[in-house]
Ligand binder design. Structure first.
Ligand code: T3D
Length: 261
């Protein structure tokens, strides 16, 4: 498939998706949603040999959320429909993808662009990047998971101020508040994100997928339910080839070679 709004690149076990509408700071269009869905489906396909995904943006922005070009004028579009058919499936696809996702936020992440960064597993940001809950500025409600991610990541007080005041915060502050994992010098961002994706791709992929599932479930669970889920997931992890390899490598005092099986 050829893509117009994203760049989809596969190098060994790592796939990279680059949002590619730099003149609009990679704002979402329907076409971009369709292309992202297709790329994510191919990455997550049962016969795929990809074991980690990296997501970033082209140019000086990461993603400015919905392209407002199609929202101008005297009209009342059904935004619930857009969320149900485009944004929510995207966030669900990312969270359910049975692979680790590294996000490299190369510039401003605004509106649903910020939600996208928070939905990934490990998010790095360039020192010059910023995060903006732009929604209230245009009369909207944070979406694409932001009302869920924000309070879980930074607590209620900061979540409310970020969502209501719609003030931009820098990458350093985002890291200090726990919105992202690490800040990296601008010129090192892509290299570090690729290295991290490669490192994750050499890890026991199925165990990483189960970790994703356990942590996602924990956000709305109880200790009792988590204990049951951990037992279920550990039973599956214990049947993997990678687990046998991990234990064998431990006793043979060597680095394990995981195959993602
Ligand atoms: O509608 C639905 O379906 C519901 C779903 C909603 C999800 C959402 O994401 S709603 C939130 C939408 N996004 C925004 O409100 C953010 C709008 N953008 C900005 O606030 C600013 O552009 C930024 C803070 C992100 C960056 O500011 P700055 O000063 O660095 O750049 P700029 O000059 O504003 O933007 C550069 C260009 O990108 C500019 O185009 P031009 O004038 O050079 O031709 C600007 O218009 C364009 N651009 C930036 N964001 C968007 C955009 N064009 C269309 N849509 C955008 N969201």
């Amino acid at each position: 498939m050829t893509y117009q709004t994203i760049i989809f690149d596969v190098a060994g076990p790592v796939a990279t998706i680059t949002l590619n509408r730099p003149d609009k700071l990679n704002a979402f269009t329907e076409e971009m949603h369709r292309e992202l869905a297709a790329a994510l489906d191919s990455v997550g396909a049962a016969d795929s040999s990809i074991r980690a995904l990296m997501l970033t943006g082209a140019g000086r922005g990461f993603c400015a959320g919905q392209d407002l070009g199609s929202r101008r004028g005297d009209m009342a579009p059904d935004l619930g429909h857009t969320l149900n058919t485009l944004y929510n499936p995207l966030i669900r696809r990312l969270r359910k993808l049975p692979l680790p996702i590294v996000c490299a936020v190369n510039g401003v992440a605004a509106g649903a662009g910020a939600s996208l960064a928070f939905a990934c597993d490990i998010t790095l940001a360039a020192r010059s990047a910023s995060f903006l809950q732009a929604f209230a500025k245009i009369g909207l409600v944070p979406d694409s998971g932001s009302t869920f991610f924000l309070p879980h990541l930074v607590g209620s007080a900061r979540a409310r101020a970020l969502a209501m005041l719609a003030e931009k915060i820098g990458a350093e502050q985002a890291m200090q508040w726990g919105l992202i994992w690490q800040v990296v010098d601008d010129d090192k961002l892509v290299g570090e994100a690729k290295a991290l994706a490669l490192r994750l791709a050499a890890m026991p992929t199925r165990a990483l997928a189960y970790i994703k599932r356990a942590l996602d479930t924990a956000e709305t669970s109880t200790l009792d339910r988590q204990l049951d889920l951990e037992a279920e997931l550990q039973a599956m992890a214990g049947r993997t080839e990678d687990y046998r390899e991990g234990v064998a490598a431990f006793f043979e005092k060597r680095t394990p070679t995981f195959k993602g099986r």
